[in-house]
Ligand binder design. Structure first.
Ligand code: HEC
Length: 129
């Protein structure tokens, strides 16, 4: 019966997702307890094992260079430097648009002079990857 096969397959898939979601929640909940690195919970024939994920820290600042002070003091209020540094190599005009977007769309309080200096900094930035 083709109808039966079609209706059971997605349900099994959904159950698998539920277990995965539960495991994720458990992992997130116990990550704050320092000694819960390998905690397990069992019930209903299912054993969940917590996982600890260590993310790289994101306190990277902007590399030194002309006008680094302008970008340091204007562009770290809402997001990390990584948000800016992880972009592909953009042209000067594209960086100008990016800075304008931060000011116009997200209301970043950047003076016109600082905006010019920030664009100059970004356009001169070496993307080493
Ligand atoms: C008022 C808050 C705020 C300030 C200050 C700010 N940004 Fe942003 N920026 C954002 C938000 C919000 C996003 C995420 C936008 C998105 O998810 O699309 C973002 C994302 C970005 C991105 C990623 C690409 C994009 O367009 O989403 C770049 C690059 C960037 N900002 C550069 C800058 C630079 C350079 C400055 C300093 C002139 C700056 N930001 C200052 C709010 C800000």
């Amino acid at each position: 019966m083709p109808f039966r096969r079609h209706s059971t397959a997605p349900r099994r898939h959904a159950a698998g997702l539920l277990v995965a979601a539960a495991a994720l929640l458990l992992g997130a909940g116990s990550a704050s307890a320092a000694d819960a690195a390998d905690a397990t919970v069992s019930g209903g024939g299912v054993t969940l094992k917590s996982a600890v994920v260590t993310l790289p820290s994101s306190d990277r600042g902007f590399p030194p260079g002309p006008h680094a002070d302008a970008i340091e003091s204007n562009c770290l209020a809402c997001h990390s430097a990584g948000m800016v540094l992880n972009q592909p190599a953009l042209s000067r005009a594209e960086w100008r648009n990016e800075v304008t977007k931060m000011v116009k769309v997200f209301k970043a309080p950047v003076s016109d002079q600082d905006a010019d200096e920030i664009v100059a900094y970004l356009a001169a930035m070496k993307v080493d990857r």
